[in-house]
Write a new protein. Sequence first.
Lengths: 559, 329
Amino acid sequence: MTRTRTKPTLIVTGLTAAALALTGCAGSASQKDSKASADGMIDQLTFPSEADAAVGGLVNYNPNSPKPLTATWLYEPLIVRNSLTCEETPWLATKSTWEGGNKLTFDIRDGVKWSDGQAFTAKDVAFTFNLMKQYPAFDKAGVWNNTFGAPAKSVTAQGNQVVFEFTGNAAPKYDGIIATKILPEHVYSKVGDPTKYVDKTPVSTGPYKVGSYNGRRLVLERRADYWQADKVKVQKIVLEGQYDAAQAALKLRAGQLDAYYGEVPNPKKTFVDADPKNNHFYYAPNGMTVLTGNDQQKPFSDVKFREAISYAMNKQDMSLKATYGVMKPASQTGLKLPSMASLVPAKYSGEDTVLPYDLAKANQLLDAAGYKKGADGKRTNPDGSPLSVNFSVQAGFIDYQAIADVVVKGLNDIGVNSKVTASAPDSVDGQKKTGDFQLMLEYLHGGCELAKNIGAKLSSTQIPTKTDIFPNVQRFSDPAVDAAVTKLASDTDKESQKADLAPLVDTMMTKFPVTALIYAPARILYRTDKAVGWPSEDNAYANPQDDKLLVLTHLTAPK
Amino acid sequence: MTYFARKFGFFLATLWAVVTLNFLIPRLQPGDPAEIMVKRLAGKDAALDPAQVKAMRAMLGAPDGSLWNQYVSYLGELVHGNFGLSYTYYPYKVTDVIAQAFWWTVVLVVVTQVVSFVVGIVLGAYAAWRRNSRLDSIVTLGSTFLGTLQPFWIGLLLLYVFGYSLGWFPTSGGYEESTPGFNWPFIQEAVSHSFLPALALLIVTPIGWILGMRNTMIMNLGEDYIRLAKAKGLRDRDVALRYAARNALLPSVTGFALALGGVLGGAILVETVFDYPGLGRLMGEAVQNKDYPLLQTLMLLTTAGVLVANLAADLLYGVLDPRARRAQA
C-alpha cells in the first residue's frame, strides 16, 4: 500500500516544483502590467468555496463523495453539454455516436495527461464506468440500473474508443454518462471501495492542481501541461468562504470575489448599480417554476378547471415580486424559450405560448364548466359541494412564497376560495411522495434530455412513490402521452425527437397538467475588472452555474 | 454507600433514556438524507435525479431495516464505541469530524463560562454586600434588562456595528490565511475571530450568576452567624468574603459544574451567527442535512456531558455535605 503510493507522490512533487518555476515566471511577467498582459493571462480569480462545510480541514477530492473540496477543477467529464442551448463541447471525448438507442461509442481524446504524468487513455474511461458496476453507490449516472432506460450490458475500451452496450434503449442516460468525472485507473484501482476512499492527493486530468489548503482556503494552480492549456488564462483559482446573499454582494462589490453563483435577490440594485461598468449578472432561464395541482383529486382532476385557473395567473406580477422582474413569464409549452425555440412544434410556433393573464376568460371558463358562483362570491364544485384549495408552500423559500401570494390572489379573484399553508420544505417533499396535497409550486427541469425532463414530468411511470420523489408530482396519467414519452426516449436523432415532442407540448397546451409560471434561473454574478469572456444573455455559450470548466476556457484578461 | 450506588444507578437509567431519545428524535423529523445530499448539489428545489438518489442511498447505506433493527444495531455499535461515518463528510468518521470542531468550541465556551462565572460571582456578592447602593441598582437593573436579551441577537448587533459598519473585527469563520496549529499568525487570527462571539456570550452569561449569587448572599447575610461575626468586631471584608460569600457560593458551584457539562453542545445560535467553526454550528449543519450519525453523536456528547457533570456534582455534594448523604440514605 505504502509502496504503491510513494512513487506517484514523488512524481507529483517533481511536477509541482517544475510548475512552480513556470508559474513563478509567469507571475513576475504579469506583475509588470497586471491589467493587460500581452498573452491575456490573469493572475488570480476568487470564487466561493464549493464545499459549504461547517468544518474545514477534512480533505477529500474524491469527486463522488457528497462534499469534495472541489468538484469542478480537477476531474473532467467526457463532454460538456450546455443545458441552455443543448450544444455540446467535446472534452475528454472528441465525439459520441449512438447506434440505435442501445449502443453508444465515444472517441477518446489523444494527448491528455494525468497530473502525475501518466497518459490518459480509453481504458481509464472504461474503468470508471465498470467501477460503477462493481460499486452501485458510485453509479450516479444510473448506467447499470434501470433508471431512465435499460441498464448497460458492457462498457469496453476498444483502441481509442469506449463502447457502451445496453440491454435495451438507454438514450436518456446520455446526459448522465457524458457528465461523469473520469478517474485514473492506476490510482482508483488500488484503493478498494472507491466510495470509502479519501482522495487527498488527486491525480486528475483537469486544468488545475491543488496548491494549498488551510482548512478554509483552497488554492488551485494552473497546470502548464493541461491538454488545452492554451485556453486556460487563469493562473490561480482561490476557493474560499461560504456566503449568503448579503455577504456575497458585499464581497463582490469589494472585489474580494470575482463570481458568485447563489441566489442574490435583485442583483441589479444590490450589485450592478454599484459599478455598472464592471459588475454584471446573468440569470439564464434553466427551467421553470410550475403550479402543480393534484390531478387525481377534485378539483384539479378536471381539465377545464386547470385550464381556467391557468388564465388567472398574473405572471408579470410574480416575476416582479419574486425575482424583481429578472425572470420572465414562462411558456406553457414547458420548453424554455427562446433557447429551445427550435423545438416548438409548427402548430404553436407562430403564437405567443405564454398564457395571458385574463380574469374574464378564467371566470367564463369556470362558469361554463359548472363551477357556480354563490351569493358570497365563492364558487362551488359542479356537484354543489364547497370548493376550497389549500396551497402548500415551502417555508423559507422567499421567491416561492411571493409567487404563492400572487397565485392565491388570482384564485380568490375568480371565486376559488384558497389559502396558503407554509410548511418546512421537507414536509412538502413528504407531500410529494404521499400525494396528500392539493396545490404546490414545483420546478420543471428544462434539461436537454427531453424524455428525462419534460417527458418524465408527464409520464405515468414517473409518479412519486412512498419512498421516492419522481418528476410527475401532479400524478398526470394518459396512456397516449406515455407512448409518446417512450418513443421520445428511444430516439437519438434530433429531428425525429422534435416530432416526438409535439404530442407532449400539445398536452401541456391543452390539458394543463401543470401551469407554467415563470422561468427559474441558472445564476452568475461576476466582475469584469480582472477577467472578461463570461457568459451573458447575448453570448449564452455555457450554463453559467453548471459549466464552469467551459466558462474558464473563455476567460481572458481585459484588453 | 447506598447513596453513591443510587446516584450511579440513576445516572445509568438517564443515560439509557437519553440514548434512546437521541436515536428517535432525529428520525421523527421529515426528510431523507440521500435526497437532501443530492438536492444540495442540484439546488434547493431542482428535480431530483433518481439515479443520483439511488447511488447516494447505496453510498450512505441508510436508513434501512425497521426502526427496531436500526435501534438494536445502533446500541450495539455504541457499546463498541463505533459512532459511524458522517453522511455530510462521508467517508470521514463522525469522531474525526467532531475532533475538527471540538477545540474551537471548548476554547470559546470554556473561557467565556469561566470568565462569566468569576465576574458574576464577584459582582453578585458585591451587590449583595452593598445592597441598595448605586452599584447594586445598576448591576441588578442592568442584569434584569440584559437578561431578557438573547446572545445570538446581541451577536447580530455586534456583527453589524463592529463587523460591517466599523470593520474592526472579521465577520465570519475562525481564521483566514494561516495554517491551524500552534503558530503565532494562527493564534492572532483565531483570537480576533473569536472576540465578537465571546463578547456576545460574555454580555449575557454572567447575569444568571450575578442574580443567583446576590440572592443567596442576601439570604446568608440575614443569618445569625453573620450578626455574631459582626458583633465580634470582625472586619467587614472578612465577614463578606469568608463568611457570607463562601457559604453562598455552594449552589453556584453546582450550577457551574452543570454549565461546563453543557459546553460540548456549543452555543448553536451564536456560532451560527458568526459562522464560527465549532460544535454548535456543526450541530446546526447536521440537523439540516439529516446527518443522523453526526447528530446523534453530538447530542449524545452534550447530554452525556451534562449527566457526567451532574453525577460528579452529586457525588461531590455527598462528600462535602454530610446532610445530603444522611437525608437521602
